[in-house]
Design a protein. Sequence first.
Length: 72
Amino acid sequence: MVAQFTAVYQKRGKWYIGYVEEVSGVNTQGKTLAEAKKNLKEALIMVLEANRAIAHRLHGRRAIEEQLAIAV
């Protein structure tokens, strides 16, 4: 599955900061734009995996799970 998100990068002093518009809490920084981009991808993966694990623990085996696709 491939999902697309909007990454926003800004230079702040000597650092680049980055965040994902669609997922609260996904943000990072890097000394270079390339480093910030790499870090942001890693942060997004970690947050999505953590959210999925938390949800699985909360809803247990009785819940119905399915893929949800939207066009924006």
